[in-house]
Design a protein around this ligand. Sequence first.
Ligand SMILES: Nc1ncnc2c1ncn2[C@@H]1O[C@H](COP(=O)(O)OP(=O)(O)O)[C@@H](O)[C@H]1O
Ligand SMILES: [Mg+2]
Length: 253
Amino acid sequence: MIVNRDVLEAEFVPSEILHRHSEIEHLSAVLDPLQSGGRVDGALLYGPTGTGKTCTSQWLLERLEQQHDDIHTTHIDCWSNSSRAAVLHRLNEAVNGPERTRLTRSSPADEIVRKLKHDLEQPFVVILDEADQVEEEVVLYELYETPNVTTLLIANDDAEFFAPLADRVGSRLTTLPRLEFPAYEPDELVSILEERADHGLRPDAIGPDCLEVIARTADGDARVAIGILRNAAEKARATGADRISNEIVLEVA
Ligand SMILES: Nc1ncnc2c1ncn2[C@@H]1O[C@H](COP(=O)(O)OP(=O)(O)O)[C@@H](O)[C@H]1O
Ligand SMILES: [Mg+2]
């Protein structure tokens, strides 16, 4: 039933991002000056969960890093790094590597900010994922003010997160370009699921009508859709079924 479990996991970064052409174009255009030695402040990416904000930005940064030896990138999950110190330490580790990090692990946050501002000579693009979880928002502003750091802020709700930020840490952050990631249409989810099923499941393990049931149930959220596919595949395996049926899908959805 399952031939490659990895591609059914939420953390998997697909080699091909479907239905995000305009978002990829827009973000590429925003980051384009980096390719010719220019500076980019960053961008705000927002939209409901499971709309590809994380995978699209990671996919794009991986490519940027591969194409340019002097551009470096990292991804920081602000759910698990919500304090100013945690964000700055993760960034410091990413910039300086494990060797230097050992020496600077105890560096106070202020010292890290100072060093990034003065010592960072090459572009460093950082995804601050789930940025609405950051408790000390001043760090968002500090990174914005750091010349060679480009910050991609990801949050669910534009108005809820970005608008009040203006009052708290200054309006300049809110002038960053904004990219909206809308919920997927059912047929878009079907093709995302097809791709995962092709790589993750035995041929013919699931039919198109069944993928459509999953897509409609997932309500625009690719994470939910892939989760249902994974659970249905496991249920089918556990019960010895050779195909995933609508009944199995409805049981696990
Ligand atoms: N356009 C897409 N093409 C292929 N897979 C996608 C696409 N969008 C989302 N996914 C997959 O769906 C899951 C959720 O996507 P994610 O980027 O984490 O969403 P978000 O960050 O918006 O919550 C991940 O497993 C991701 O690989
Ligand atoms: Mg995400």
